[in-house]
Ligand binder design. Structure first.
Ligand SMILES: *[C@@H]1O[C@H](CO)[C@@H](O)[C@H](O)[C@H]1NC(C)=O
Ligand SMILES: *[C@@H]1O[C@H](CO)[C@@H](O)[C@H](O)[C@H]1NC(C)=O
Length: 307
């Protein structure tokens, strides 16, 4: 058969199957959250032939139930020209560019991008949930959330009040499709931060409400000491009690008492009793309270009055 005739026959075949065929609805770019169903619409008027979808250029097949693609099928009434591609329980692997093609009419739709979103996994504060910190010493809180598409936004709050200034970075995960993000919050904790709740909140368009994790600061500081003398003034030969009152976190582990720079034997608790003699005129009494965070030493002189 002459080549010209073959072309002519092929052309008449096309004309027969799809003369005047056109799309009354084409697929459009769509976004779906993983696990949800989605349909890419395709309605062709004036066409009875085979309709085929392509995914990133790969033909999915000509049958409506698309064997080999368990979650894919053609939706709608074929007789009415409806050939939407229905995808059940979207997965990351469905993220691709799709085209609806009326093969015998040589019609192809515009390419439609299907974007599959994934919510972030539970965020984690690496140092949490209870973070031992030293008052006055810089400390980072590091929050990570992965498994998301797109990368999650991470926001910090202290007792519910938003905080700014955290350092944010995101990076692709090994599969090249999901992303993780990390946010570093630099703190210089003060005693006032003891028990404060720091929250890291992760969200992305797949999970606008997001999820969050909290950590509390266990602010450790050297003892704060008040050294008092009871009674405040005492006659020589009278009894006097020194009281070393310490506020500390963690707890005070030791008290050391000195008089005139010399250790007082047997004085190991938060109080020390003595009978005042002339040496108290010149030798001040000191109490040093210590915990794991440090030691504080306070000195006092006794107001001895002579009779
Ligand atoms: C806190 O994080 C920043 C940024 O990653 C780093 O430069 C700094 O050394 C960290 N500081 C501490 C106390 O770990
Ligand atoms: C506390 O301070 C006093 C005065 O400076 C000093 O004499 C004493 O040795 C100190 N106590 C301790 C336990 O170091």
């Amino acid at each position: 058969m002459p080549a010209a005739l073959v072309r002519l026959l092929a052309l008449s075949c096309l004309v027969h199957a799809g003369q005047g065929a056109y799309f009354s609805q084409e697929p459009e770019d769509q976004v779906v959250v993983a696990g949800q169903a989605v349909t890419l619409p395709c309605v062709i008027v004036g066409y009875q032939g085979m309709v085929q979808w392509t995914k990133d250029g790969l033909a999915l097949g000509g049958e409506r139930d698309l064997p080999g693609w368990a979650r894919y099928s053609l939706a709608g009434a074929a007789g009415a020209g409806q050939h939407g591609l229905s995808i059940a329980a979207a997965e990351l692997g469905d993220d691709a560019e799709y085209e609806c093609q009326a093969t015998q009419a040589a019609l192809r739709s515009r390419p439609a991008r299907l974007t599959v979103l994934l919510p972030p996994e539970e965020p984690v504060i690496e140092e949490g949930p209870r973070v031992p910190v030293q008052a006055g010493r810089a400390q980072n809180l590091t929050c990570r959330a992965g498994g998301a598409r797109p990368a999650p936004e991470l926001r910090w709050a202290r007792d519910g009040q938003p905080l700014t200034g955290a350092l944010y970075a995101k990076e692709p995960m090994a599969d090249g499709q999901r992303e993780s993000a990390v946010s570093t919050l630099r703190l210089v904790p003060s005693v006032a931060d003891a028990g404060a709740t720091f929250t890291c909140h992760a969200s992305n368009p797949a999970a606008p409400a997001g999820r969050q994790v909290t950590a509390t600061l266990d602010v450790q500081y050297p003892p704060t000491v008040v050294l008092s003398v009871e009674p405040p003034t005492v006659p020589e030969g009278g009894k006097v009690r020194f009281l070393c009152e310490a506020t500390a976190n963690p707890q005070v582990t030791s008290y050391r008492w000195t008089k005139g720079g010399m250790a007082i034997a047997g004085a190991e608790g938060p109080s020390y009793e003595a009978t005042v003699d002339h040496s108290f005129f010149t030798q001040p009494v000191s109490c040093e309270a210590a915990n794991a965070a440090g030691a504080t030493n306070i000195t006092t002189l006794v107001d001895v009055h002579c009779e």
